[in-house]
Design a protein around this ligand. Structure first.
Ligand SMILES: Nc1nc(=O)c2c([nH]1)NC[C@@H]1CN(c3ccc(C(=O)N[C@@H](CCC(=O)O)C(=O)O)cc3)C=[N+]21
Length: 282
């Protein structure tokens, strides 16, 4: 038996089609949404992601505002572009592509983003709103994971979910999202300090692997029928390697592969955030 594939690519396509209508309504009212991006440096992976985000935008009618800085840009250079995006009326939401070069403080840059244009949901105010349960833009990867499970009717209410990884973009906020009353999952957040990872994952109905350790989750660590989502992005010999070993499909009930699973959903949720922010803007 092989697991049902959680097809993030197809699901993201469906979400983009749904967004097209909302974008058309805004555009007709003279309020076309615009996604801004700032790419610092020339990492090919980062460049690929940013380009993909803009081609998604073109597909749904969102305008693109692209900024770039060289790898040796100073923090002041980055903050100047952030200020420009904050002031640009055509930009209704934007992201600063992470990671940033060493000499630039990610915390300082994220804090400088206008929370009302924070398409990543990573501004301290918006992360605080997530903790408080107050509406605001939410981090794209956690949103994409929840939306993918919802569309495939994988139940979360009462489910045991193990999240592996405590990063600020995925693991930490995902735990907060899944434990809201609307999702009602029970979450165990595992990380490099977890003593017996396999004991946790074996008890889980849903495993989200976001550790960035290739092949970390093996078949013997998965309860038969569980849903396993691979969010790990590592590069091994220039190819993307996920956190989930290939043979997990023989044990799991659902698998979100990588690529083709959560990655495209992350981009779809970014567009969704940009459209929602545009609807809320004056
Ligand atoms: N400010 C910021 N916001 C982000 O959301 C952000 C970021 N920085 N830095 C990097 C990570 C990573 N990330 C991905 C987005 C799309 C895919 C994606 O679409 N992947 C495809 C294709 C993968 C490929 O073939 O290269 C897939 O999984 O099928 C993956 C990873 C967003 N991130």
């Amino acid at each position: 038996m092989s697991a049902t594939r959680l097809d993030g690519k197809a699901t993201a396509g469906a979400i983009r089609t749904e967004l097209t209508e909302r974008v058309a309504a805004l555009t007709a009212a003279g309020r076309q949404p615009g996604l801004g991006t700032l790419l610092v440096g020339d990492d090919p992976g980062s460049r690929w992601y940013v380009n993909a985000k803009h081609s998604d935008c073109a597909q749904v009618g969102i305008a693109s505002i692209q900024h770039e800085l060289p790898a040796d840009a100073s923090q002041a250079d980055v903050l100047a572009v952030v200020a420009e995006l904050n002031a640009d009326p055509a930009c209704t939401g934007y992201i600063v592509q992470l990671p940033l070069p060493r000499q630039v403080s990610e915390a300082a840059v994220l804090e400088a983003v206008d929370p009302d244009k924070d398409a990543d949901g990573l501004h301290p105010t918006n992360l605080g709103r997530l903790v408080l349960g107050v509406p605001g833009p939410l981090p794209c990867t956690p949103l994409g994971i929840v939306e993918l499970l919802r569309r495939y009717d994988v139940p979360l209410a009462g489910a045991e979910v193990v999240v592996v990884g405590r990063g600020v973009t995925v693991g930490r906020p995902l735990g907060l999202l899944l434990t809201r009353r609307s999702e009602n999952a029970t979450v165990t957040l595992c990380h490099t300090g977890t003593r017996d990872l396999a004991a946790h994952t074996r008890a889980a109905d849903v495993v989200v692997a976001a550790a960035g350790v290739p092949g970390l989750i093996t078949a013997d660590m998965v309860k038969p029928g569980a849903a396993v989502l691979d969010v790990g992005v590592s590069r091994v010999d220039g190819k993307i390697a996920g956190d989930v070993a290939a043979e997990v499909v023989d044990v799991a009930g659902h698998v979100a592969p990588n690529p083709g699973g959560v990655g495209p959903m992350t981009r779809a949720m970014l567009l969704s955030n940009v459209v929602t922010l545009a609807e809320q803007a004056g």
